[in-house]
Design a protein around this ligand. Structure first.
Ligand code: ADP
Length: 312
C-alpha cells in the first residue's frame, strides 16, 4: 500500500532553527537548537514520512501517546497514559470534570506547553515522530494536528473568508496565490456544510455568524491546512441542540478523511459520534474500548461505576 508523503513537521535547514523553549515547572528556559541538516534528521529517524510503515508491515498509528505525564506546577493532571489513536476513527475521551481530559488532548499538539508552569514527560508520536523532539516545530505540527476549542474562536476583526484562510499564512512559503486560497476556503466551508450559508457573505466579519456557524467556521479553519488529526475539546459545550447536532454529524462524516479525538462530558454524545471511547479518571487511562462495548460491557469496575452514574 502506498502512503501519502506528509509535509515534514520538523524545521528545515534553510534557515537557522529558533531556540527551543522548554517550559519546566515554574521556569521558562531557552536552549539553542542544534543545527541539523536534513541528512542528519533522516539518520536520527525523525522524518515523519520514513516511519509511516515499518518493515514488519504493521502501520504506525497516526497519533499515539507513550507513557505520557502532564503537570501544572507539581500537580500531575495526566499520569502515565499510553494509547494509540486509530486512523480515521473517532476516539471520544470521557471522564468526570477535572480528570485531565482537556490536558491530555492539549498534550497531543503541544498546546499544554503554552500555559504557564506546565511540563510534559513521555512521548507523543505523530506518524512515528516524537512531537516533543527538539527538531519539531510546534506551529508546523499544529497544521497537521489541528484543534477546535470549547467556545468558537473566530478572529473577530477578520472576514469569514480570511478566518478560514488564516492557517495558510503560516505555511512554509506563505499563503498560496489568491485563486488557490479561494479554492481551499470553498472546499473547507463545503466540508463543514457552511458554504451554502456563507457563500454570498464571505467578506463579512466572522462575528456576524451564529454561535453554531462560528464553531463550524473554526472547524473549517482547522481543516483548511488538511490536518491528519483533528482534536475537539468539548466543541458543542456552548451550542444549542440544533447546532450540536450539526457538529456531531460533521464529526461523524469527517472520520472517513481525518483521525478525530473528541473530549466530551456528555456520554450520549460519545456514544453517538465515536468508534472507540477512552475513560479517564484522576489523570489515568482506565480503559479504551469500542464505544458500544464500553457502554454495555466495560472491562473495569470504575468505568461501570461512572457510566451508570454512581459518581461523576
Ligand atoms: P477535564 O478536562 O477532565 O475537566 P482538565 O484537563 O481541565 O480536566 O484539568 C485536569 C487537572 O488540571 C484538574 O485538577 C485541574 O484543576 C488542573 N488544571 C487545569 N487547568 C489548569 C491550569 N491552567 N492551571 C492549573 N491547574 C489546572
Amino acid at each position: 500500500m502506498t502512503m501519502p508523503v506528509p509535509e515534514p513537521i520538523r524545521e528545515t535547514s534553510h534557515r537557522p532553527p529558533p531556540p527551543r523553549v522548554t517550559i519546566n515547572a515554574d521556569v521558562v528556559r531557552t536552549q539553542p537548537a542544534a543545527s541539523s541538516s536534513p541528512d542528519q534528521s533522516e539518520a536520527s529517524g525523525l522524518v515523519a514520512s520514513a516511519t509511516v510503515v515499518p518493515k514488519n508491515g504493521n502501520a504506525v498509528p497516526t497519533l499515539a501517546a507513550k507513557g505520557l505525564h502532564a503537570y501544572f506546577g507539581s500537580h500531575p493532571a495526566v499520569r502515565d497514559v499510553s494509547v494509540d489513536f486509530r486512523d480515521r476513527e473517532v476516539t471520544a475521551i470521557i471522564g468526570p470534570s477535572g480528570c485531565g481530559k482537556s490536558t491530555l488532548l492539549r498534550c497531543l499538539n503541544r498546546m499544554h506547553e503554552t500555559l504557564p508552569a506546565t511540563r510534559v514527560e513521555g512521548a507523543v508520536l505523530f506518524r512515528g515522530t516524537d512531537i516533543y523532539a527538539r527538531e519539531v516545530n510546534p506551529i508546523a505540527l499544529r497544521r497537521h494536528v489541528g484543534m477546535v476549542f470549547q467556545r468558537p474562536t473566530p478572529f473577530p476583526t477578520m472576514s469569514i473568508r480570511d478566518n478560514v484562510a488564516a492557517g495558510l499564512r503560516v505555511r512554509d512559503g506563505g499563503e498560496p496565490p489568491r485563486a488557490q486560497t479561494d479554492a481551499i476556503v470553498e472546499r473547507a466551508l463545503r466540508r463543514t456544510a457552511l458554504w451554502d450559508e456563507v457563500k454570498d457573505r464571505l467578506k463579512q466579519s466572522a462575528v456576524t455568524l451564529s454561535g453554531g456557524q462560528q464553531q463550524r467556521l473554526c472547524v473549517a479553519r482547522a481543516l483548511a491546512t488538511e490536518p491528519a488529526v483533528l482534536l475537539l475539546d468539548e466543541p458543542t459545550a456552548s451550542l444549542d441542540p440544533l447546532s450540536t447536532q450539526k457538529i456531531e454529524e460533521l464529526v461523524y462524516e469527517l472520520r472517513s478523511e481525518v483521525t478525530l479525538i473528541i473530549v466530551t462530558h456528555n456520554m450520549q454524545q460519545a456514544a453517538r459520534v465515536s468508534d472507540r471511547t477512552a475513560f479517564l479518571l484522576a489523570g489515568e487511562l482506565v480503559e479504551i474500548s469500542p464505544t458500544s462495548e464500553l457502554f454495555t460491557a466495560p472491562s473495569d469496575p470504575r468505568t461501570e461505576a461512572y457510566i451508570t452514574g454512581r459518581f461523576g
